[in-house]
Design a protein around this ligand. Structure first.
Ligand code: HEC
Length: 258
């Protein structure tokens, strides 16, 4: 195995030879990024996966719906056929669906308001304190009756640039620390480059899933690869900084300092 004689942090040959202050800084940073990543995965699960599982959908179908919109048209109709199906009788559901498909007009709202008041507003009103959209006025119901075509280009452009900027900084820093580890050169190269390829594939697929549902799989695989690369970039340096000398691979084959 070849090793650089010096690195950008001075004469230290291995992570464990860095000053205690630098190792503490790196450790705090890597742990914080790691917990941030776990929180992000938990958030995605709660927002994108769990509600769709409750509607009886596969997780990939949830990702597809996030970027393509509702196959059944509106959020209201999707809920009436999914998670909210048990909250009203079938003929009441058909009445609401008929109103939605008839253009969700203000004139027709009077017909369905009694159903909503009877079956829905216990929970779907500001008073209930639940984090659900209110269903007690024409405006709020009409909003949920709009056809959902997924995020607009403006929304996609916003989340895309935020993620491209933010993730590239994270992987620049974790990747730089990882380059200081003693691992096989091809492995090091792969782990440093992989997350960037995954980010490009992932974010491109957010846009492409609108046109081709198969890209929902790329979103999923891209996210998983990014997570795996991040885990390696965090765990290997932590191990090599703190593991007992006899165990750390870094401790072997130290070239003499000149
Ligand atoms: C017992 C309380 C309760 C009742 C009654 C209820 N809902 Fe819900 N509703 C919820 C909760 C909680 C959620 C969010 C979590 C979920 O999707 O399971 C929700 C979600 C929804 C959503 C999805 C909102 C979104 O952000 O896309 C719609 C639409 C909806 N309900 C419509 C209705 C309609 C119409 C009725 C009446 C037929 C109804 N709900 C009755 C509790 C209720």
């Amino acid at each position: 195995m070849t090793m650089e004689r010096t690195n950008p942090l001075g004469q230290a040959q291995t992570l464990r030879e860095l000053s205690l202050a630098l190792r503490t800084l790196f450790t705090a940073f890597l742990l914080t990024i790691g917990f941030g990543y776990l929180a992000a995965v938990f958030y995605l699960f709660l927002v994108d996966i769990d509600p769709h599982l409750k509607m009886g959908m596969r997780p990939i179908a949830g990702i597809e719906m996030k970027y393509r919109g509702q196959p059944s048209g509106s959020r209201l109709e999707a809920a009436l056929r999914g998670a909210m199906a048990d909250k009203l009788r079938p003929e009441e559901r058909d009445a609401i669906v008929g109103w939605v498909r008839g253009g969700a007009t203000q004139a027709g709202f009077g017909q369905i308001k009694p159903i909503l008041d009877r079956s829905c507003t216990v929970c779907h009103s500001a008073k209930s304190g639940l984090p659900v959209p209110p269903l007690d006025s024409f405006e709020t119901v009409a909003k949920l009756a709009e056809t959902d075509r997924g995020p607009s280009f403006v929304q996609l452009a916003r989340v895309s640039h935020v993620h491209l900027f933010g993730l590239s900084f994270i992987f620049l820093l974790t990747g730089t620390i990882f380059t200081l580890t003693a691992v096989a050169p091809t492995f090091k190269l792969t782990v440093v480059a992989l997350p960037f390829v995954a980010i490009w594939a992932d974010i491109a697929s957010w846009w492409l899933t609108r046109y081709e549902p198969l890209f929902a799989y790329v979103v999923f695989v891209g996210g998983a690869l990014m997570g795996a690369a991040l885990a390696v970039q965090i765990l290997v340096p932590l191990w090599q900084m703190w593991a007992p000398r006899s165990n750390a691979t870094a401790a072997t084959a130290r070239p003499s300092k000149s």
